[in-house]
Design a protein around this ligand. Structure first.
Ligand SMILES: Nc1ncnc2c1ncn2[C@@H]1O[C@H](COP(=O)(O)OP(=O)(O)OP(=O)(O)O)[C@@H](O)[C@H]1O
Length: 298
């Protein structure tokens, strides 16, 4: 097993990693540990490991690190394991992967690999990017793009709240055009979600089935700072899905247009519109709790 550790993900991550490694050693599990040195490095490490015949590659980090490892494993038979050390850890909450390092390490020993279908984003410049949990365009991507990373290191998720408040004052809410296989819609923001949860364990898309190929698309039709503030206030109360102006619909493909508008994938800046979103052609084998019960929103 190779563990790919992002030393910049989340807070107190190294102590949390050490707690997980202590359990693996106690269980007699052999592992190699590799630290990422830059964005994108986890993908290279994972691909090289899979090509060398490694059967299990563990992403020790947040959702961005998981997505990079997933991209490196794409098309191989190696399974993805997760030690959730990130700031929001939405993928882990969604799939019932324990957040406690000791329990997450035990899962690496006793979990079962199940096939999940990531999303694949293709951008106007020809680049492509895999995402495991969600992709957003518009307001939330602007928050991610302008996030104060120093503040995130210090206070964690609060940095996103502060970033959102700042963004309310300056975001211009340019209109987006969403093209589905069966028609078009206008929106001020959109989140394409593999799962039910968003920003930790808050409810976004109750009908989502994380293990199924395809997405729930959250289409924010309310525009302007007042609507965005209302959506933001509803999120921690798990009332977002019921907000006026929010439309949720399933899709397996869509194109999002809005010249120059920021895109985020799994909580990291991912480029700019236009983007085409589809289901990845090959499933990703992910180590999950046996009889995985997908988590409830908090
Ligand atoms: N050594 C490094 N220096 C700077 N950035 C790095 C390094 N290694 C990885 N990264 C980048 O850090 C990004 C964010 O990390 P990650 O998503 O794992 O943590 P997080 O943002 O704290 O967690 P979450 O996504 O759960 O909120 C990754 O997408 C990756 O590109």
């Amino acid at each position: 097993m190779l563990i790919v550790f992002n030393p910049t993900a989340g807070r107190r991550r190294r102590q949390r990693l050490d707690r997980a490694l202590a359990v693996l050693r106690r269980l007699g599990f052999g592992f190699d540990l590799a630290e990422t040195a830059r964005p994108g490095h986890a993908e290279h490490l994972a691909r090289a490991a899979a090509q060398a015949g490694q059967g299990l590659v563990v992403a020790a980090g947040g959702d961005g690190t998981i997505a990079e490892v997933a991209a490196g494993l794409a098309g191989s038979t190696a399974a993805l394991g997760v030690l959730p050390l990130g700031t929001a850890n939405v993928f882990a909450w969604e799939l019932g992967i324990p957040i406690r390092p000791e329990a997450a390490a035990s899962l690496l020993a006793e979990g079962e690999a199940r096939g999940l279908y990531p999303g694949l984003a293709r951008f106007g410049d020809g680049s492509a990017r895999l995402f495991v949990q969600m992709l957003g365009a518009g307001f939330d991507a602007a928050v991610v793009a302008h996030l104060d990373l120093g503040l995130k290191q210090r206070i964690g998720r609060g940095a996103y709240v502060w970033g959102a408040v700042r963004e309310l004052a300056r975001y211009r809410f340019p209109p987006l055009r969403l093209v589905f296989a069966d028609g078009e819609m206008r929106a001020s923001s959109v989140i394409v979600s593999k799962g039910r949860l968003y920003a930790g364990r808050h409810l976004l898309a109750p009908a989502a089935e994380a293990a199924a190929p395809g997405f729930q698309v959250a289409i924010f039709r309310g525009s302007g700072p007042v609507a965005a503030a209302a959506y933001g206030a509803a999120l921690p109360l798990n009332l977002l899905p019921h907000m006026p102006g929010l439309v949720l619909r399933p899709a397996t493909w869509l194109r999002i247009e809005g010249e120059g508008v920021a895109v985020q994938a799994d909580g990291d800046p991912a480029g700019r519109l236009p983007v085409e979103v589809a289901v990845a052609p090959t499933p990703l084998r992910v180590l999950l709790p046996r009889r995985a019960g997908f988590a409830r929103a908090a």
